[in-house]
Design a protein around this ligand. Structure first.
Ligand SMILES: Cc1cc2nc3c(=O)[nH]c(=O)nc-3n(C[C@H](O)[C@H](O)[C@H](O)COP(=O)(O)OP(=O)(O)OC[C@H]3O[C@@H](n4cnc5c(N)ncnc54)[C@H](O)[C@@H]3O)c2cc1C
Length: 396
């Protein structure tokens, strides 16, 4: 028998035989999104990141063309694909950049999902078809300057004036905010929290882009100011009352993230494996040292385990059996492991690891935001803690 060390190296996905767990449709979605990202994102994203400028409108149209926007929703021009296929698409997008996946997540899982699940028929037919093509962009305003993890404390107020509603308040850290045509805004009313569709051209609505980010620089993040924004009754999402509405949308987006983060990790790991083969140190490839292989092996295991968890949760979601605390398991584990992989890969690239010539520091910085948004790690730990103990630790 020949010795094994000269055989072609397996990629982490091949080693776990992930392909045997996917059907033909899922492989086709994965291939189409991977190709789009390879051609339209990867060659440009370091520049977008460096300049802090994302061509969001162009990208949205390109994503709309291949049916990526709201791809897991039924009807209204949406592709009606499975949750697992959507997850795999998120993974491929995030292999390009977390900011690109954020654009698609917020459009499909937050803004379009809210309209699809809770909107009137008129609201759905007005907004969803053009959001699916990328002709219209949506954002989702829940977080406020003083209320992130505890949205129940929100101060944005919607008051009745005759037949109209008048909104006042500030939303913060809103993805797509400055490029959006419609903002789904959650506000306090006398009847609990309600959702409003605010066309961004409405008088009194302003979006101010946040330009000082060191993370998710290839993503538009904004403050939304609502100053006496007057809306007709037809702007209210009629089919939801209370915080359960926005929280159910967040659950949709978290599902995409638990796949997506693994894309960033995979890009870091495959880049690093290739780098360590080429980089010679003390007359040997860096990949041939035990210390390197221990790191690469641990990262391969963490990435593969994350992938198995994501696929399991995807299958549960497609069977309509996925519970919110299970989404928390996936978001907590997969983002935490992905950021650990990005940081470890960074060490293996030495000084090259800190540059934009390689994607690793960009992914690591992006994952800092991913760790925080859609429920911080601590919030997900408390959700899981409550599920296994029966005690809520949210209020100390
Ligand atoms: C790039 C980016 C894009 C975003 N996009 C959007 C968007 O499109 N729409 C939107 O509505 N929001 C968005 N967000 C906001 C995001 O969801 C919030 O940042 C997140 O919910 C955390 O809120 P916070 O930043 O106010 O942190 P805080 O809630 O102030 O948390 C600070 C710290 O306290 C911890 N903590 C919270 N509660 C507890 C507790 N009970 N016990 C112990 N510790 C606790 C947290 O885990 C964290 O470590 C975005 C954020 C970023 C960074």
């Amino acid at each position: 028998m020949k010795p094994q060390q000269n055989s072609a190296p397996d990629s982490p996905d091949q080693l776990f035989d992930i392909d045997s767990l996917l059907n033909d449709e899922e492989k086709a979605v994965r291939a189409a999104v991977r190709q789009l990202v390879d051609e339209r994102v990867k060659p440009y994203v370091a520049d977008w990141y460096q300049t802090g400028h994302l061509p969001a409108r162009d990208l949205a149209k390109q994503f709309g063309e291949i049916g990526l926007l709201g791809m897991h929703l039924e009807g209204y021009g949406c592709a009606g694909m499975s949750a697992t296929a959507y997850g795999l698409a998120c993974l491929e997008l995030e292999a390009g950049d977390s900011g690109i996946r954020s654009l698609v997540s917020v459009q499909g899982s937050l803004a379009m999902h809210a309209i699809h699940a809770y909107g009137s028929e008129d609201q759905r037919t007005e907004w969803l078809p053009k959001m699916a093509t990328g002709e219209a962009i949506g954002c989702f305003g829940l977080t406020e300057p003083d209320h992130g993890s505890d949205p129940a404390g929100m101060r944005t107020l919607a008051k009745r004036e005759g037949d109209d509603w008048v909104l006042n308040g500030t939303k913060m850290w809103i993805t797509n905010g400055s490029v959006a045509d419609v903002a789904v805004v959650w506000a306090r009313t006398d009847d609990g929290v309600r959702g409003f569709l605010v066309p961004t051209s409405t008088f009194g609505f302003t979006a101010n882009e946040i330009t000082t980010k060191m993370s998710l620089r290839a993503s538009v993040t904004s403050e939304l100011v609502l100053s006496g924004v007057r809306l007709p009754e037809s702007a209210v999402l009629p089919n939801v009352r209370g915080l359960g509405g926005p929280l159910s949308c967040l659950n949709e987006a978290r599902f995409g993230i638990l796949f997506g983060a693994l894309g960033a990790a995979r890009d870091c790991l495959t880049t690093t494996i290739a780098y360590t083969q080429d980089r010679r140190i003390f007359d040997k490839p860096l990949a041939a040292y035990q210390a390197t292989q221990l790191k690469l092996a641990d990262m391969t295991v963490a990435l593969g385990n994350g992938m198995l968890l994501a696929l399991h949760l995807g299958r549960l979601k497609d069977a309509h059996q996925l519970r919110p605390e299970q989404v928390s398991l996936g978001k907590l584990n997969n983002v935490r492991e992905s950021i650990a992989i990005a940081r470890q890969c960074r060490t293996l690239l030495g000084a090259n690891g800190i540059t934009l010539e390689y994607p690793i520091m960009r992914h690591a910085n992006n994952l800092e935001s991913v760790l925080t948004y859609e429920g911080t790690s601590e919030v997900h730990q408390m959700i899981i803690g409550q599920a296994v103990t029966g005690h809520s630790a949210f209020r100390g």
